[in-house]
Design a protein around this ligand. Structure first.
Ligand SMILES: [Zn+2]
Length: 142
């Protein structure tokens, strides 16, 4: 092989590896959709200044009978919203997609009302669900 050819081959390989690396770190179509929902609802709830990420997790990472959770730090205005993996969901298709959006809204409302958080968890959940339902203007499958 001539030196020129070798160099070109190396460059091609580098480009290929870069493309592979980018593909593996890129979001899946589901994560991209959830991220779009998150951005939309962050804007609607006035939480644009928060640096929030959404991730899909298995049921084992969540409390029993929950479809998501949120962890956040008010000091840095950052957080992560976890949404139940479709493999562990009790719903499919359209209902699944609608419900995952409900989870994102529910968790964002938790962040929004956190300055007013009540001690009692049931009271907190009731307030959050009322606001979530009002925002979505439709019932949630779960
Ligand atoms: Zn909740």
């Amino acid at each position: 092989m001539e030196p020129m050819t070798v160099r070109r081959t190396l460059r091609t390989l580098c480009a290929l590896f870069l493309a592979l690396a980018m593909t593996s770190s890129a979001m899946s179509p589901l994560e991209m959709r959830l991220d779009r929902h998150m951005k939309t609802w962050q804007k609607r709830l006035g939480l644009e200044s928060w640096n929030l990420a959404v991730q899909v997790v298995r049921q084992s990472s969540l409390d029993k009978h929950t479809w998501g959770n949120a962890e956040w730090d008010p000091a840095t205005r950052s957080g992560v919203i976890s949404v139940l993996d479709p493999r562990d969901y009790n719903l499919k298709g359209r209902d699944l997609n609608l419900d995952m959006e409900c989870t994102i809204v529910h968790e964002l409302v938790h962040i929004q009302v956190s300055p007013l958080d009540a001690q009692d968890e049931t009271t907190r959940e009731e307030v959050v669900n009322k606001i979530m339902t009002a925002l979505l203007n439709r019932p949630c499958p779960n």
